[in-house]
Design a protein around this ligand. Sequence first.
Ligand code: ADP
Ligand code: MG
Length: 261
Amino acid sequence: MIRVENLHKSFGSNEVLKGINLEVNRGEVVAIVGPSGSGKSTLLRCLNLLETPDYGTITIDESQVTLGSKTHRKDIASLRSKTAMVFQHYNLFRNRTALRNVQDPIVLRGVAKKDEARIIAQDLLRRVGITAETEAQYPVTLSGGQSQRVSIARALAINPAAILLDEPTSALDPELVGEVLSVIRQLASEHTTMLIVTHEMSFAADVADRVIFMDEGQIVEQGPAYDVIHNPRMNRTKQFLGRSLEKSRLKEVPEPERHVG
Ligand code: ADP
Ligand code: MG
């Protein structure tokens, strides 16, 4: 249902995506891993047309856009409406309550009118563990974990064909990572189509159906999540995963006790 063909994107002389070919089936959860600067965010942003690719074709359900040729504004709007992004830094509207952050897009997209939209939004917020009390709060008073869960509810609100999550837990304090991962895990078990850029390798191995390893603007290796992470074939994947593993081992070393006073 998502098909990306020969996608290219450069920033000036920096060729960031060098011909990406990718298919994602309905209900599939795909984790994208790879070193910083390999083009993971650019790929997600191109899928949502937050960045305009130089050429290539993106098809999501019945919406198709071929870049480089004459593209119609209507096709671009249609393709853009097929996916919803979840960013590392949430991007919630600061002047709206958690509830309004989810309710407003529903009205804006014409999915439902105001009162019905509120009920849909409240339902989604409960699904991500946001209570009636919390939904009345403004983003500045929410924890990072709450903010990210509101962002996920907002992404679900427009009923997209796929949700694109770009390092959804990277900005969170370690103790808040779990609550966001468990919401994503729940969505995965309900077969929500998701592309997730993540550094959480054990999460990727556990939750994703497929893992894609990207390096220098190309897909180097992909396959069933467990196989790619625990038994990679390509040297570049082995090197990258070796380093990530070292890092996560380091993380497991307990912090020295701090004495207060
Ligand atoms: P990743 O998400 O894998 O870390 P990115 O897609 O963010 O990688 O970036 C890939 C490359 O594209 C980097 O070299 C980055 O500096 C460059 N890049 C990303 N966005 C822009 C932009 N808006 N303008 C110029 N260069 C960019
Ligand atoms: Mg990135």
